[in-house]
Design a protein around this ligand. Structure first.
Ligand code: BGC
Length: 491
């Protein structure tokens, strides 16, 4: 299990396979994961700037543009559902290569589209790629990361998503004046190609290889990320865990839903739902609209506010999670983030309730200022908690036998919830008003807090195998003892 690096430092530079150090391979695996997240974020963010231009150019109505926006999510849902089964059968790397191919193909189809129908096809292809990448990249990172680095590596994936969204906003900003929406889409080809090349260079997941009985290859893959003197012990731990899981033949969907898996499944699916129904994507997709209703009436003001208040803050605050998820643990970050989200959503609600939305005028209206500050707090709070930590925990809590399928399911639920929230956010706002909508989102944060407190275990400091042993002990999740070394401020 444990490798010998101390918290906060890069693993020891022992000579690993192909003459490269362990540190090199950990970083290479991190880079591949990063590219997958970047593409996920880029494809999610790019539409916000492209849509207006597409509407003018292809002469399409509101309904078609809603489909063009949201069907990426449906593609992602479908992609996520098959990704896990595929990854269990053919391996993690091949699915990541397939994601790269889909990203490239989708980008090209979008870029040459001459009708809403063709553009939608491109969006769905891209979406399936997003589904593949969002399921398999964190899973692969968790399976390959040295234990003390695991939270950090999976949160780097979230950092990449936020970076991708930010880059997309920047590209949109730069190309809007020239109307080059085709280029906006086409640019995704570059990271798509880099992802494919990168995947060829890194090893297959050692845990998957061991599960397939390919011991020599599993050992070789482990040796990339483990100091030489620890490889055999680590392989033995992985194999022992797989042996206890091996009874009963090939893993099936039925097993994912079996009573034994119930607690982990409740945590994975529950966190996925809460990550979405607390409103993040409603804010990301409709930020311009929200700023507009809060009094920032010019398009320029809105895009600038979105670029910085949403895009940049999202990236910067994610660093907090990368730095602290393996030091403070998952639960403290979730609690702190949910409190921040609750307070800010409530503040936005009060802002709308007291000022109303009419007659705020352009510029520095009270509602405008309150909304802006509160949304910054909201994005920052999400970005160091629910954003990264949810993906981290989902990739940690399932036994390797069903990990692919279970992670798939949780990811598909995430996309399903994202689809519903983004599809209905504006409708709900029109029905019950801004203030009530934000109060409902704030209430969801309260439910999320209770859920985390009761059901979500602290996974910091345990190997993936130890997490399974801990589930088997049948203690309440809130009482899992935190076994990691105590964090000292100077670490
Ligand atoms: C969520 C996405 C969201 C993104 C924002 C991710 O963790 O899954 O739905 O758009 O964070 O940064």
């Amino acid at each position: 299990m444990a490798t010998d690096e101390t918290a906060g430092t890069v693993p020891a530079a022992a000579a690993g396979p192909k003459g490269r150090s362990v540190r090199f391979w950990v970083l290479a695996i991190g880079a591949v994961t990063f590219l997958a997240g970047l593409l996920f974020g880029y494809d999610q963010g790019v539409i916000s700037g492209a849509l207006k231009l597409v509407k003018q150019d292809l002469d399409i109505g509101t309904f078609a543009s809603e489909i063009i926006t949201s069907w990426v999510t449906l593609g992602a849902l479908a992609g996520a559902l098959v990704a896990g089964v595929l990854a269990d059968r053919i391996g993690r790397r091949k699915v990541l290569v397939a994601a790269g191919v889909l990203f490239i193909l989708g980008a090209v189809v979008e870029a040459v589209a001459d009708s809403a129908a063709v553009l939608t096809v491109g969006r769905v292809i891209t979406g399936i790629g997003v589904g593949f990448a969002s399921t398999i990249a964190p899973l692969y990172a968790a399976e390959m990361a040295p234990q003390k680095w695991r939270g950090r590596m999976v949160s780097s994936y979230q950092l990449a998503i936020t970076f991708g969204i930010f880059v997309a906003y920047l590209v949109d900003d730069a190309l809007t004046e020239s109307g080059a929406w085709r280029t906006m889409f086409l640019l995704a080809v570059v990271p798509g190609a880099l992802l494919m090349i990168g995947v060829f260079l890194v090893p297959e997941s050692a845990r998957w290889l061991a599960k397939m009985g390919r011991k020599t290859e599993a050992r070789d893959a482990l040796a990339h990320v483990t100091p030489p003197d620890k490889v055999d012990a680590e392989l033995a731990a992985v194999e022992a865990q797989i042996a206890t899981e091996a009874e009963g033949g090939e893993a099936s969907w039925r097993e994912v839903f079996s009573p034994r898996m119930r607690k982990a499944l409740v945590v994975g699916v529950g966190l996925s739902i809460f990550q979405q129904i607390t409103g993040i994507n409603a804010i990301i997709y409709y930020a311009n609209e929200i700023f507009d209703r809060a009094g920032l009436t010019s398009t320029n003001q809105q895009t600038t506010a979105t670029l910085y208040c949403v895009g940049l803050v999202n990236v910067l605050a994610t660093f907090i999670a990368v730095a602290y998820v393996d030091r403070f643990g998952r639960r403290p970050l979730l609690f702190a983030g949910l409190v921040g989200m609750f307070v800010s959503l409530t503040a936005v609600g009060i802002g709308f309730a007291t000022t109303g939305t009419t007659d705020t005028g352009a510029g520095a209206s009270l509602a405008g200022i309150v909304t802006m500050v509160a949304l910054v707090v909201f994005i920052a709070s999400f970005a160091f908690s629910l954003g990264p930590v949810v993906w981290t925990i989902i990739s940690e809590i399932f036994p390797s036998r069903v990990r692919g399928r279970a992670v798939s399911l949780a990811t598909a639920v995430n996309w399903g919830a994202a689809f519903l929230v983004t599809q209905f956010f504006l409708t709900v706002v029109n029905e019950i008003g801004e203030a009530a909508t934000f109060f409902v989102l704030a209430l969801m944060c309260v439910f999320a807090y209770i859920f985390v407190w009761r059901y979500v275990p602290e996974t910091r400091g345990r190997s993936l195998e130890e997490i399974q042993e801990q589930w088997a002990r049948d203690e309440p999740a809130s009482e899992w003892e935190d076994t990691a070394p105590v964090f000292h401020a100077h670490d």
